[in-house]
Ligand binder design. Sequence first.
Ligand SMILES: [Zn+2]
Length: 330
Amino acid sequence: MYNYDSVIGNDKIIKSLKLAVDNNRVNHAYIFDGVKGSGKHLISNIFAKTLNCERGEDSPCGECISCQTFESGNNPDIIYVRRKEGDREIKVDTVRNVINKNIEVKPYRNRYKVFIIEDADTMNTAAQNAFLKTLEEPPEYAVFLLLAENYNKLLVTVLSRCQRFKMQSIPSPVIKDYLTLNKGIGAENAQLAALYSQGSIGKAMELSASEEFNSLRKVVMDTTVRLLETDLIGMYELAASAEEYKDSVDAFLDIMYLLYRDCLVYKQTGRNELLIQGDNIDVIKRICGILDTRRLIRGCELIGNAAEAIRRRGDFQLVIEDLFFKLKEK
Ligand SMILES: [Zn+2]
């Protein structure tokens, strides 16, 4: 059930949203900006449910018809705007058909008509311009909730009409406690997932539930070291065998990034207790023996760029080959 009680962290955002309802000062557009798993979907959905709850309080009652239809996914006044399957962008026809035509029709039974735009930052320029026309003069009942991982991909003209909430990252001890107390995850597993998730509760839950996570860690550790020690042919072989992990490419790159980050920390401090993966100190020492600080910093950047390219739906094999090649460059 969608309720604020089920949200971990992000207290300030929730407080602002409740205040807006209490003071009857709901804006026409909000941006929820944050990484995958940071709670954008959960919070925006609870807010949408609240706006149309018949009791009109700052949290959804969960019992009225509007709340019930929301829970069953049939609330006619809460509309999801999504990228078409297989598309990299939200295109202008989606904005025209799902938003601009729909907005003329008054809410079916509720006070507001709420549009939840998922991956709003993937709206292409034409789509954003079409959206802007509606955003400039929205009807009284319209509320737009834009979910974005990179809010700066949105046009300034769109941004200026939205209230932006930056999703907060949740401290890893809080995530660890949540996983052990509420999800029954073992302490060690929870600790690791919390550290890897970098403040994202959704990601932590996904990782802690994944049996493949630990084996993936081993693969990434192994690949990272071998990549630095092998020749060019070996490099292409490693890139080809990484194909097997295509579906977990986000986790693959995250682990690699954090390994580089650990090496950098170790190189500069020599302190084991500051490492996220101190259980792999041998690997960290080996990499530190090969790479200097400059290459470690560059490695972090390159892995970050590769992750971004994948998010923009770049070709897996090309991105990985390019990354591996550059990581080997002296
Ligand atoms: Zn209700």
